[in-house]
Design a protein around this ligand. Structure first.
Ligand SMILES: Nc1ncnc2c1ncn2[C@@H]1O[C@H](COP(=O)(O)OP(=O)(O)OP(=O)(O)O)[C@@H](O)[C@H]1O
Ligand SMILES: [Mg+2]
Length: 211
């Protein structure tokens, strides 16, 4: 009975968090409708996508049986489907190949990891395949001794020389570094004319394991 009550409570919490995130997303949507400037509109849409990436975790937890762990393959699949839809990219133009091991991550780690994937995949969709160029994005996530290895790779145009020293201070790659720090991660980036790869090695921090 007590356990049952707890389950109901946890389910309710995830439901509420998800609803609150949806409210934030709707607010951003409302604000977007008052904005004419293209660049500002894009920024609002990106924020909406980031909030959506967090909401997906709670959506999954709401549905799952085990509320403390997240089903990684399903989570990453929903994240990427959502992004393809949001960027209006057809699955036959840019194919996404997933190789995600069903490792159990705590919710905190899963959220950081999900947001990292979100930023990297958004970048592939935004920058790697200009002008309807065809291509592929590979997302790998595996356990390795002492932690996990995440790789997001595309076979697109690669970084231009001016990419990161930019016209405006971009947020995405800075976010990736901050989020990686939160999960004790090390970020490594490779890019050439045949595409881009970003590898993040991370682990569950001790504090989170104790929680
Ligand atoms: N997969 C990629 N392929 C080609 N260029 C990329 C890729 N990822 C990033 N870049 C380049 O690196 C720059 C920095 O990326 P970053 O994510 O920090 O910013 P952004 O995507 O332009 O904006 P945002 O703040 O919305 O993420 C991009 O503007 C782009 O020129
Ligand atoms: Mg970006």
């Amino acid at each position: 009975m007590v356990l049952r009550e707890k389950e109901v409570l946890v389910r309710e919490i995830h439901h509420r968090v998800k609803n609150n995130l949806q409210i934030i997303s709707s607010l951003l949507n409302l604000q977007a409708s008052c904005v004419k400037d293209k660049a500002a509109l894009e920024i609002l849409r990106e924020s909406q996508n980031r909030v959506r990436a967090m909401a997906i975790v709670h959506e999954q937890l709401h549905r799952a049986r085990d509320y403390s762990r997240i089903d990684l393959p399903e989570y990453v699949a929903s994240l990427t489907t959502n992004l393809l839809r949001s960027y209006g990219v057809e699955a036959k133009v840019v194919t996404v190949k997933l190789d995600v091991e069903p490792v159990a991550l705590t919710i905190d780690t899963a959220i950081s990891c999900g947001l990292i994937i979100h930023e990297l995949v958004s970048n592939c969709l935004k920058h790697a395949f200009p002008g309807g160029r065809k291509g592929q994005i590979n997302i790998l996530l595996h356990g390795e001794p002492g932690g996990f290895r995440l790789s997001v790779r595309d076979n697109g145009v690669g970084f231009s020389d001016t990419a990161s020293g930019g016209r405006r201070r971009s947020l995405g790659l800075r976010l990736v570094n901050i989020l990686a720090e939160q999960i004790d991660g090390v970020v490594r980036r490779k890019h050439n004319k045949r595409g881009t790869e970003c590898v993040v090695r991370f682990r569950e921090t001790r504090q989170k394991e104790a929680a």
